[in-house]
Design a protein around this ligand. Structure first.
Ligand code: BGC
Length: 748
């Protein structure tokens, strides 16, 4: 009997051997990292956490790499990549490759519109394609990690980094942030043409008080959970390789020391496993921010918070060893960080091949890349105004065209912020493109009027006026130079810099039809200039191909389809103004504006409701707004069921009719409103959008799927729940939902 039992046990054991897949733990990345870490000294481990500038191969950098004291470089040019990798691979004791990182924010050589402009496309496929091209170009120079996407929500156009953002809305930013991550990373990071992405800046950087860069962010749990964090959660779920803390403090705790954000939420609640890389000096700044007394403490705080890599503070390099020895830092904190860094290097395939192929054909500015950049600039341009259908222009009906303005031929400025590798000589400006477009047609009178956006010398304005007078139409290119937006480029006044307002007004006073094209890094409060122009196209900084894109739009080869990813205020005093507002107890129903108040009026209510005496309640243009050369009407909204339960998926459909003359794209937007809840809810929340092509005179049905999560919010117990009750759904052409259709549904 014993023998029989023994036999059965043996058989079962053999069967289990056969059934279980043969795992080869020594081949898994985890096992490789463990094996490597077993051989590493503490000095070598700390070296992996040290990131420095690699712009020059100085003797010091050489020996630091050779000794295994550096793990990654930022800003290392192509001609040095193989040298530094050879030192790391062949001269350091364990031959660990370096990670080469750089800011590749909206293109590498081929520059796409600034992220805010890309967001205006409402087109995740195009945004993904742009990131994929940026990855292809950047990786061909040895870059394998980009510090992008920036998915900070911001509602403050004074903040210069709004240019790098995807706008004010958590849903739009989530969708487009994921698109960027997918474009950069693909689905196999070992492919040499992919780069690891980095979600930044965690968190609340876009909520810097007063729109002043690096300032504190004082945000409620509601703001954090509902507005700021969702895009980060989305890219974490999508597998973004790395995260970067923000420079600011959040409710008193600097991001690089913020265990609530990094340990509790990111690694804990979300279970994200990736590499956290500090921002430039952000660790050292913890001391400046008044959170600790010594530099050594900054290192201890950051590593214990889970900031794996120290970018440029040098504090891990200087202090981690002694902090470990005296017990101020745990072995676990360092080991976890090293594991995260080495895992990323394995995922990127760097141990197999860290080198760049210097003999490969350059792929920069490939025609296919330029075509995508042009398409992004076309779809990222927002038509704000088009009086009497001035646009599109018909070249054959024009004898002469005036091209005026400091942005008409400013190759470096149209590129926009934070593009270290861009070559302005490759930009095609509006002047160049329109000159080509009109080569056999109307005469062009080109007068810049001002030499650059901040120019206050008005000498040329008279000439610009004469050019306008002798032309059939004026194309007026205004905006901001690239250097006026981006990091530390905050503005308290959001007007057109320099004498541009004077230029616009002088040209408009000629009575000639004026098409104003605004090329800027942010929404500008330029209601007066917009009022003076007959048509306005807001293109943001459109990148390398801004010129051809604008030319195609002006002359009708393309039809505008961009929608604002951010609200445009009437005046700076309205900021923050965004669509995701809540209702007050005194909704704006009937109010008196400043000029209507009788002189000597007694103290009276003036409506006793929420508004600005001098600006009313509306922004200049709402989120999601954008005209076309054609017109769309929304009708016949339907839901698959009026009453639904938490497990149901609702389908919402709506018919859009193109009632105009042009075949065109429309971005239909779905908003949800929960009128009564245990915490008050915003009046509208974007929960879906669809870009549909509709031929002139035809209709298309758009369809959205909504699940329980689309009705949920973070309640007072920090639970994400949908509360039973009625909701209103809108399908509309913008956040001005009155222009769309609505329907009520009930969650039971
Ligand atoms: C910025 C980051 C950027 C880093 C490296 C910092 O000043 O805040 O967004 O990735 O520099 O260039």
């Amino acid at each position: 009997m014993k023998k029989l039992v023994g036999f059965i046990v043996l058989v079962l054991w053999c069967v289990s051997c056969v059934q279980q897949p043969v795992t080869t733990p020594t081949n898994s990345i985890d096992a490789k990292v463990t094996a490597l870490m077993e051989q590493m000294t503490w000095e070598e481990k700390i070296g992996q956490l040290h990131q420095v500038e690699g712009g020059q191969l100085t003797p010091q950098l050489y020996s630091e790499i050779a000794e295994g004291h550096v793990g990654s470089l930022l800003n290392c040019p192509k001609h040095l990549v193989n040298d530094v990798q050879r030192i790391a691979m062949q001269q350091s004791r364990l031959g660990i490759p370096l990670l080469i990182a750089r800011d590749v924010i909206h293109g590498f050589k081929t520059i796409f519109p600034i992220p805010l402009g890309q967001a205006a496309t409402f087109n995740p496929i195009l945004v993904e394609k742009g990131a994929e091209i940026a990855a292809t170009e950047a990786s061909s120079e040895g870059i394998r990690l980009t510090f992008a996407p920036m998915i900070d929500i911001t509602r403050d156009p004074r903040w210069g980094r709004i240019a790098e953002s995807l706008g004010e809305d958590p849903y739009l930013t989530s969708v487009l942030g994921v698109a960027m991550v997918n474009g950069f990373q693909g689905n196999d990071l070992t492919q040499p043409n992919k780069v690891a992405a980095c979600a930044k800046h965690f968190a609340a950087y876009g909520f810097s008080e007063g729109g002043r860069d690096y300032n504190i962010a004082d945000v409620s749990e509601y703001q954090l959970r509902e507005v700021i964090l969702p895009p980060f959660k989305s890219v974490a779920d999508a597998g973004v390789a790395s995260f970067m803390p923000s420079f600011n403090e959040i409710n008193g705790v600097p991001a690089s020391a913020n265990a609530y954000l990094f340990k509790q939420i990111l690694r804990g609640e979300w279970g994200w496993k990736g590499t956290v890389i500090s921002d430039y000096f952000s660790i050292k700044q913890i001391k400046t921010q008044g959170f600790c007394e010594t530099e050594a403490q900054t290192a201890a705080l950051a590593i214990e918070t889970g900031i794996d890599v120290d970018m440029m503070s040098y504090v891990y390099h200087q202090y981690l060893d002694s902090l470990l020895m005296d017990g101020s830092v745990s072995e676990k904190a360092i080991n976890d960080a090293v594991r995260n860094v080495l895992t990323l290097k394995y995922k990127l395939g760097l141990f197999d091949n860290p080198y760049v192929d210097t003999l490969a054909q350059p792929i920069h500015y490939d025609v296919s890349h330029l075509a995508v950049a042009k398409q992004a600039a076309i779809e990222g341009a927002v038509l704000l105004k088009n009086e009497h259908n001035l646009l599109p222009l018909s070249a054959s009906q024009l004898n002469s065209v005036a091209i005026i303005g400091p942005m008409a031929d400013a190759p470096a400025e149209q590129i926009g912020t934070w593009c270290f590798d861009a070559e302005p000589s490759r930009s095609i400006t509006p002047l160049m493109a329109i000159t080509k477009e009109l080569q056999d047609g109307p005469i062009i009178h080109y007068v810049p009027g001002l030499n650059y956006s901040r120019d206050v010398n008005t000498n040329q304005i008279e000439r610009a006026v004469s050019a306008a007078k002798k032309s059939d139409v004026v194309l007026l290119f205004v905006g901001e130079e690239a250097i006026l937006s981006g990091e530390a480029k905050c503005r308290a006044r959001l007007d057109l810099p320099g004498a541009q307002a004077q230029l616009v007004n002088a040209v408009a006073a000629t009575g000639k039809p004026v098409v104003m094209v605004v090329m800027a890094g942010r929404p500008l409060c330029i209601g007066n200039e917009i009022a003076n122009a007959n048509a306005v196209l807001y293109t943001f900084h459109g990148g390398t191909m801004a010129g051809p894109a604008i030319s195609d739009l002006l002359f009708g080869k393309s039809i505008p389809s961009g929608k604002l990813p951010v609200t445009i205020p009437q005046a700076e005093g309205q900021i923050p103004i965004y669509y995701y507002q809540k209702e007050t107890g005194r909704p704006p129903h009937h109010f008196t504006l400043i000029d209507d108040i009788p002189v000597g009026a007694k103290q009276t209510s003036l409506g006793f409701c929420t508004y600005w005496l001098d600006a009313g309640i509306e922004p200049l243009y709402p989120f999601g707004f954008g005209l076309s050369y054609t017109q769309f009407t929304y009708s016949d909204i339907q839901v698959s069921q009026q009453n639904f339960s938490a497990t149901d998926t609702l389908t919402v459909t709506c018919t859009i009719t193109n009632t105009g003359k042009y075949n065109a794209y429309e971005v239909a937007q779905l908003y949800v409103h929960d009128p009564v809840a245990s915490l008050t809810r915003p009046l509208k929340q974007l929960k879906g959008f669809q870009k549909v092509f509709i031929k002139a005179g035809e209709q298309e049905k758009v369809s959205f799927k909504l699940t329980n999560n689309d009705f949920a919010f973070w309640n007072n117990q920090n639970q994400f729940v949908a509360e039973p009750g009625a909701f209103t759904l809108y399908v509309a052409p913008s956040s001005d939902v009155a222009k769309g259709c609505s329907v009520s549904v009930v969650l039971e």
